[in-house]
Write a protein that binds this ligand. Structure first.
Ligand code: MN
Length: 694
């Protein structure tokens, strides 16, 4: 198959993903071609770099272009005389890579480094020279890309290769952006390579680069890479898909008419929106063919609705679900529950009277930009200032979109991976995860974990190697086994043994999903072959007794030397009237006298023990806040709590039911007298309609 035939660029009618701001895929292709011609003399210089400059200006009208011209000049003169395997002048490669990034909205520093990305590796230009002429930041990025390139095409085995690649790029997502664009251009021009080499490069692209593009949210690069890999690794399916698409091109497409009725509905509702039909890329058509069996005319594209404000997205959805027949199972809200990679949109599908099912995506223009370009468009990770809209949610993973949580985790555990093969297998498993969950730590803060993670994963994520001593966990206040899977929004408290001799059981590996946990457990088991069996039972045995925390606060029981603890069911605080009951093991559990447990125990003939509060009282209390769901509610509530000088021990957020959400907070007050003021402050938070004691 020729390179041209495998190149989706040859089918601009089905490659609209890069269409933005009125610039079509055809324009991009023409610009790319013009850039590829390269300069033959200095007179041609403005032409070659002009296309990059134009694309850059479209996103950054105030950008300083002189630095790009200087970088181009250095790259062009130093690469002069070098040829690509295709026979084109070498400079066409950095130019094409830079054009890809400029089209995605990358900032000037990234583009400067991208123009120079192969100079240090392949020419006489030194890193110091780059630093002197373009500054430390450009030097740093070029250095990172150079290391990656060396690794990428070196003789080393793939696992070690990628491990090094991550280390080289990990400090700066801009290095990865350049690496991705570099790979895209190399994939586009792969036709000149031997078939075995094409397949090898395509496999690495499939296993590593595409998941990375997905993780970094760079949809535009991801879809094109997917199609290029598809063509190389699955030529027959690719051909079949291509035949389906060409056959469809000759038929009446129902989507424009559906888009028209959507426009009418939205106009009548007074909602300003842009409605487009977006054809699917090859791999997407292939996937939908597998899903639907037989393809219908409406399956070759999607309807994209772009609006101005987040709230408009839901207004559009309301109209869609009212005026058309929604396919409810297809509805997904990636605005309220965003994916790990910054992506936000509403997805739904509607059925038309003719029996077509049209998929509809609703998002704001800003969400669209982030969906297409991901971290590439988010710019300099070192700039402080107003974060991009999509990064403004309180979710911890989003605070620094250029250093996402998953990336930090990869970098942390790559250091402790015992060998490249382990690293490689867990890395691929990690990249194959398509969802993350957020759990709350009982001591405040959150943990981002892959879906399906267990308490064991949480333990290693929170405590590192100290998690070897983990003996149990509470999830949402309830004692549970370490193997329990966690759900989004759970509050997890991990109970660690104080004696350092205990270690993980081999069975933990059955319940550990994260690389950090798996690597740490395997290493420990390998280092302690004699203890591995013994600790299996020892580690599990204490689970039944770890409920006791000896944490009686300021309650004193009228029973010498008794351990006192406050009941979890009613969380008594001073000056509540309380009663204690001796439980198994001799400890005294303290309940509020109104607690149902007290009545129950008395009913079965248990006698209570007198309990009083110590005079100086700091106290713990559990409050329920009932609210109407809205963005930033959790942040506003915890801030109100903090302003009262109260510490949050744990927080649980239940999923919204009919717009209402319930937050449960366990709080540590310096003084019980502050409780009334605290509850008032929480009630004053907009959206909150009730705050009560649990
Ligand atoms: Mn390159």
């Amino acid at each position: 198959m020729s390179a041209e035939a495998t190149n989706p660029e040859a089918h601009p009618e089905v490659r609209p993903e890069l269409r933005r701001r009125g610039r079509t895929r055809l324009d991009l292709r023409r610009l790319g071609r013009a850039a590829l011609l390269g300069p033959t003399s200095r007179d041609r210089l403005p032409d070659a770099i002009g296309h990059v400059a134009e694309a850059h200006r479209a996103h950054h009208p105030d950008a300083d272009l002189s630095v790009l011209r200087r970088a181009y000049l250095l790259a062009e003169t130093s690469h002069r005389g070098q040829m690509r395997k295709s026979g084109e002048p070498y400079i066409t490669h950095p130019l094409a890579v830079t054009l890809i990034l400029a089209e995605l909205g990358a900032e000037t520093t990234t583009l400067t480094a991208s123009l120079l990305h192969d100079t240090v590796e392949d020419t006489d230009v030194t890193l110091d020279q780059v630093g002197e002429e373009f500054g430390d930041e450009v030097r740093f990025i070029v250095d990172g890309v150079t290391k990656v390139e060396k690794i990428d095409y070196g003789a080393a085995a793939e696992p070690e290769t990628f491990r090094k690649m991550l280390v080289a790029t990990g400090n700066d997502v801009r290095v990865m952006s350049i690496k991705l664009a570099d790979r895209l251009h190399n994939m586009r021009t792969l036709g000149v390579m031997r078939p075995e080499k094409q397949a090898r490069i395509a496999k690495v692209t499939r296993d590593v680069l595409i998941p990375l593009a997905e993780r970094l949210g760079v949809q535009a690069l991801k879809t094109e890479l997917e199609d290029l890999v598809f063509a190389i690794l699955h030529p027959e399916e690719y051909e079949r898909t291509r035949a389906l698409i060409s056959a469809h091109a000759g038929e009446r497409d129902p989507l424009p008419a559906i888009a028209d009725s959507v426009r009418t509905v939205l106009r009548d509702a007074g909602i300003t929106a842009e409605v487009q039909v977006r054809p699917r890329h090859f791999v997407s058509v292939h996937r939908i063919a597998l899903k639907r069996g037989e393809l219908r005319g409406s399956d070759f594209g999607r309807i994209l609705v772009q609006v101005g404000e987040n709230a408009d997205c839901y207004a559009v959805l309301g109209e869609m679900h009212t005026c058309f027949t929604p396919v409810v199972s297809e509805f997904k809200d990636f605005i309220a529950a965003p994916k790990f990679n910054l992506y936000q949109s509403l997805h739904t599908a509607v059925a038309t009277p003719e029996g077509y099912v049209a998929e509809v995506i609703v998002r704001t223009r800003q969400m669209h930009r982030v969906a297409e370009a991901g971290v590439v468009a988010l710019g300099n990770p070192y700039t402080t200032g107003t974060p991009p809209e999509a990064a403004a949610d309180c979710d911890e993973e989003r605070v620094d979109p250029t250093r996402p949580g998953w990336l930090s985790r990869l970098l942390d555990w790559q250091e402790s991976a015992p060998d490249p093969d382990t690293f490689w297998s867990v890395l691929r498993a990690e990249l194959a995860q398509d969802r993350e969950i957020t759990v709350f730590r009982a001591d405040g803060g959150t943990l981002g974990l892959p879906a399906g993670a267990s308490c064991i994963d949480a333990a290693y994520a929170q405590h590192g190697e100290a998690a070897h001593g983990c003996i149990g966990a509470r999830v949402n206040g309830r004692l549970t086994s370490l193997s329990s899977p966690l759900s989004d929004g759970d509050t997890v408290q991990l109970l660690l043994a104080h004696d350092a001799s205990s270690g993980p059981a081999a069975e933990w590996l059955d319940h550990a999903r994260t690389p950090a946990a798996r690597i740490a457990i395997s290493s420990w088991l390998q280092a302690h072959p004699d203890l591995a069996m013994a600790t299996t039972s020892a580690a599990r045995a204490p689970l039944s007794v770890v409920g006791a925390r000896g944490d009686g606060g300021n309650a004193v029981a009228d029973l010498p030397d008794a351990t006192v603890r406050l009941a979890g069911c009613c969380t008594p605080v001073p000056p509540d009237a309380v009663a204690g009951f001796v439980v198994r093991g001799g400890a005294v559990t303290v309940h509020r006298v109104q607690c149902a447990a007290v009545a129950r125990m008395r009913a079965v003939g248990r006698t209570s023990v007198a309990v009083h509060w110590r005079a100086t009282a700091d106290c713990r209390v559990t409050l329920l806040a009932e609210s109407f769901g809205r963005p930033h509610l959790l942040a506003d509530l915890t801030e109100a709590i903090a302003r009262e000088g109260v510490e949050v021990v744990s927080a649980t957020v239940e999923p919204p039911v009919e717009q209402r959400v319930r937050h449960t907070y366990t709080l540590q007050l310096p003084d019980a007298t502050g409780l009334t003021a605290l509850m008032r402050a929480m009630r004053d938070v907009p959206g909150v309609y009730d705050v009560s004691r649990a």
